[in-house]
Design a protein around this ligand. Structure first.
Ligand code: SF4
Length: 674
C-alpha cells in the first residue's frame, strides 16, 4: 500500500489530499494533506469520497455501441470507426452545423481532453455549443463582458484584509464559493469578525454562512436586486462614491434610479425597510466592501440585475482592485498582465442566438442548454457529442429531453459510469477519470490565489479506458476532420504528457517546474497596474450597458405592477454538503424540502412527510424538513437528485433573454402532502 499525494478535482477549491492506494488499482482511503501549501489540511466529505467515486458500481470500462437496439461492448476500433463514418454522413447530409456539442464539466476538468474538444469544435466550424454556463451562473461572465468589455475580469474578495463582505444567494460554508475556492470557510468568516469586520447575507434561507453574519436579509427569491438597486441609488446620492477606475455614464445611472425609493425596494424584495437602511449604514461605516453572488441568485430570473447592481456597488465605492476590496485574478496559465495591451476588447458581450430562439442572446457563442430539445425536434440537430456532462440533472425540463434525444442519428457520450443518458446513447466512450490521469489545474482563475497545481495519476486506468484527447482525435481523423499537427497518433503515457505540456506555452512556470514542485504559487500585486491599464484601454467601467438597462426597466415595470399583491410560493435551489450536483449521491444526502413552519401548516405538511411539488412543467416528491431558518412562502430544494430531479419543475421556454440561462430558482410551485 502506498500513500500518494494529489489534489481534489471535485470542485475548484482543489484541496490537497493524500490517498492510500493498493497495487496502483484500489483507492482505500483519502484524507486531507496537512502539508499542502495552499489548503493546509482542509478537505470536505466530497473530496474524501474520491475513492468511492472511482469504485462506483456501473463503471464503464470498455467502449460501448448500440447494436440492434442494445448497448454492447465493442473494441475501440469498432466504436471509433462507426462514429467516424456516421459523423461524416451527418456532416455531408446536413452540414457541420447539425452537430451539437455539450462541453460538460466532466471533461472540462481534463485539460488535454478539453483542448481536443475545442479542436473538434473549431474543425466543425464552430457549430452549436452548449456549456454549463447557461445552466449555472451566466450573469458573472456576462457582466464582466458588458461592464469591462473583457470576459476575463473576475473580481475576488481580498480575504486577508476585507472589512465587509456581503454574500447574495451563496453559502460558502457548504459550496466553498463558486468563484473563490474557500477552503476552511469558517476560519475565513471568523477572521473577518475577529478583526472588527462584518459579514452580511441576503438569502431566503438563514444559511450556515448567515450564522457568522451581523445582518441577514431574507429577500424574496429572484428579487434581491431591489435591495442592491436602492443601495446604488443611495451611494450615488450621498456616498461613499469613490471609483478607482474611470467610469462611463454615471449621470445616466443616476437618472435610472433617481426615484427608486426605499419603501418600494423593500416591498419588492419582501423585507422590512429598516434592514435596507442597516445594510447601507454598514457600507458607509466600512466604505469599501466585497459582494459575492452565487447560484442561489444567479439561477433566478433576476440574476443578471443582482450581479450588475453588486458590481455597481463595488465599482462606485472604489472597492475594485484595492486592498480590502477585490483583486482581479491575473491568470496563471495565460497571464493577463503580460498581454494586457493585446487582450481582445469586446464590441458586445452578447453573441447570436440559436435557430429556434434567435431572440435569446448568447455569451461566448454558447447556445442556451434549454434550446437543445427544440433544435433536435425541429430538425436542425442530427448528432450530439456529450463530453462528460450530466444532461438529465443539469438541463431544464427532463421530459423535453426524453422526447427529443431518441430522434438523433448519433449521440456519443464520454462517461465512466452509466446514468440516465445511457439508454439514449448510440456510443459511450470510457475516458480516463480524474484519478487515472496526470492532471493540472487548467481553470486556475477560479482558485483563490494565483497558482498552478499538478498531480500524477493515483491508479492505472480501469479496463480499456483511454485518454480523452486521443479518443476525440481518433474519431475526428476517421471522419476526415483536420486534427492539429501537434496531436500524436498513438495513445501512450508520453503522449499524454506531451499534450499537457503544450498547454503551458504561455504559463507563468514551465511544465518541468510544475511537475517537480506540484504546487507553484505566484506573487500578486494589489492594486494591480494591469487592471488600471485595461481600464485605460476600454475607456472605463460601462455603468449602464444597454441590455441591462432594458432588462431593469422591464423588471421594474413588472415589479411595480405587482405591488400590493401576494407573492407566489416558489422554490429555490440549494447545494448540499455531502453531494455535488449530480454526483456523490452515495453519501446519503436526501432530496428534502426546507419549509418554514407557517408555510408547512398552511399546506398541512408535517416534518418528515413526503411532499408532492408540482407546477406546469412536472412534479417531484421530496421529504419535508420543517425549518424555521426558511423565509415563509419559499421552499428550498437541492438539485442533482435522480429520483427527485428538480429539473422536472423547470421549463425550456422560461429562460433569460440575455444569455439563455433557464430559470432554475425562484420558480413558482404548488405543494401538498404526497
Ligand atoms: S472543498 Fe471539498 S470538493 Fe472542493 S476541492 Fe476541497 S475537498 Fe474537494
Amino acid at each position: 500500500m502506498e500513500h500518494k499525494r494529489t489534489y481534489c478535482k471535485v470542485c475548484m477549491t482543489s484541496c490537497g489530499l493524500i490517498a492510500e492506494v493498493a497495487n496502483d488499482e484500489k483507492i482505500l482511503k483519502v484524507k486531507a494533506d496537512p502539508d499542502h501549501p495552499i489548503t493546509q489540511g482542509y478537505s470536505c466529505p466530497k473530496g474524501r469520497a474520491t475513492g468511492q467515486i472511482h469504485h462506483l458500481d456501473h463503471a464503464i470500462t470498455r467502449p460501448m455501441m448500440r447494436k440492434d437496439g442494445e448497448l454492447v461492448e465493442v473494441s475501440w476500433d469498432e466504436a471509433l470507426d462507426d462514429i467516424g463514418t456516421r459523423l461524416r454522413t451527418v456532416i455531408d447530409e446536413h452540414g457541420p452545423d447539425s452537430v451539437g456539442m455539450y462541453f460538460g464539466s466532466g471533461l472540462g476538468l481534463d485539460s488535454a481532453g478539453y483542448s481536443m474538444e475545442e479542436a473538434f469544435y473549431k474543425a466543425l466550424g464552430t457549430p452549436p455549443k452548449f456549456t454549463p454556463l447557461t445552466n449555472d451562473t451566466t450573469a458573472k461572465v456576462m457582466i464582466a463582458g458588458a461592464m469591462a468589455k473583457f470576459y476575463g475580469i473576475n473580481p475576488k474578495t481580498d480575504y486577508d484584509n476585507c472589512q465587509m463582505v456581503l454574500y447574495v444567494g451563496t453559502n460558502p460554508m457548504v459550496s466553498h464559493a463558486h468563484n473563490t475556492g474557500m477552503f476552511k470557510p469558517g476560519n475565513w468568516l471568523k477572521a473577518i469578525n475577529k478583526r472588527g469586520g462584518e459579514v452580511w447575507v441576503i438569502d431566503p434561507v438563514r444559511t450556515e454562512t448567515a450564522n457568522f453574519a451581523k445582518g441577514h436579509i431574507a429577500a424574496y427569491p429572484g428579487r434581491d436586486y431591489a435591495v442592491l438597486a436602492w443601495i446604488v441609488r443611495e451611494i450615488l446620492a450621498d456616498g461613499p462614491l469613490d471609483p478607482q477606475q474611470p467610469v462611463q455614464n454615471l449621470d445616466r445611472l443616476r437618472a435610472l434610479l433617481a426615484d427608486y425609493g426605499r419603501a418600494k425596494a423593500a416591498e419588492i424584495a419582501g423585507v422590512p425597510e429598516e434592514q435596507l437602511q442597516e445594510l447601507l449604514d454598514a457600507i458607509r461605516r466600512h466604505k469599501i466592501l466585497a459582494i459575492e453572488t452565487g447560484t442561489g441568485t444567479g439561477m433566478s430570473p433576476g440574476g443578471n440585475l443582482t450581479v450588475w447592481f453588486a458590481w455597481l456597488i463595488m465599482i462606485l465605492t472604489g472597492s475594485m482592485n484595492v486592498e480590502g476590496g477585490l483583486w482581479i485574478h491575473p491568470g496563471a496559465l495565460f497571464p493577463f498582465d503580460q498581454f494586457v495591451d493585446h487582450l481582445p476588447l469586446l464590441e458586445s458581450a452578447f453573441t447570436p442566438g440559436s435557430h429556434v430562439r434567435p431572440d435569446v442572446k448568447g455569451i461566448l457563442n454558447d447556445w442556451p442548454c434549454a434550446v437543445l430539445p427544440q433544435e433536435i425536434e425541429q430538425g436542425y440537430m442530427h448528432a450530439l457529442f456529450n463530453f462528460g456532462g450530466h444532461l438529465f440533472r443539469s438541463f431544464p425540463d427532463v421530459h423535453a429531453l426524453e422526447a427529443a434525444l431518441p430522434k438523433l442519428d448519433l449521440l456519443v457520450s464520454t462517461e465512466i459510469t452509466h446514468n440516465e443518458l445511457s439508454p439514449y446513447c448510440t456510443h459511450i466512450l470510457p475516458t480516463k477519470s480524474t484519478v487515472e490521469r496526470n492532471e493540472f489545474t487548467r481553470w486556475d482563475t477560479l482558485n483563490w490565489s494565483v497558482n498552478l497545481q499538478y498531480a500524477p495519476a493515483l491508479v492505472k486506468p480501469m479496463g480499456e479506458r483511454r485518454s480523452a484527447w486521443w479518443v476525440i482525435s481518433q474519431f475526428m481523423r476517421r471522419a476526415d476532420l483536420p486534427v492539429p499537427n501537434h496531436v500524436p497518433q498513438e495513445h501512450s503515457d508520453e503522449n499524454d504528457e506531451l499534450m499537457q505540456a503544450s498547454l503551458l506555452a504561455t504559463a507563468r512556470c514551465s511544465w518541468e517546474e510544475l511537475k517537480e514542485k506540484r504546487v507553484v504559487e505566484f506573487p500578486m500585486d494589489l492594486p494591480a497596474a494591469w487592471v488600471d491599464r485595461l481600464f485605460e484601454r476600454n475607456g472605463g467601467w460601462e455603468l449602464v450597458p444597454d441590455e441591462l438597462e432594458a432588462q431593469w426597466l422591464q423588471f421594474r415595470a413588472e415589479d411595480e405592477a405587482s405591488l400590493g399583491k401576494p407573492k407566489p410560493l416558489v422554490y429555490t435551489s440549494r447545494r448540499q454538503r455531502r453531494k455535488f450536483n449530480g454526483q456523490i449521491g452515495f453519501l446519503g444526502e436526501i432530496a428534502d424540502c426546507l419549509i418554514h413552519p407557517d408555510t408547512a401548516a398552511d399546506h398541512r405538511i408535517s416534518d418528515g412527510q413526503k411532499v408532492r411539488v408540482w407546477n406546469k412543467s412536472g412534479e417531484i416528491v421530496v421529504t419535508a424538513k420543517i425549518a424555521p431558518s426558511m423565509r415563509p412562502g419559499v421552499c428550498s430544494i437541492p438539485h442533482g437528485h435522480r429520483d427527485a430531479n428538480v429539473n422536472n419543475l423547470t421549463c425550456t421556454h422560461d429562460m433569460d433573454p440575455l444569455g439563455g440561462m433557464a430559470h432554475y430558482s425562484a420558480v413558482p410551485i404548488s405543494i401538498e402532502p404526497a
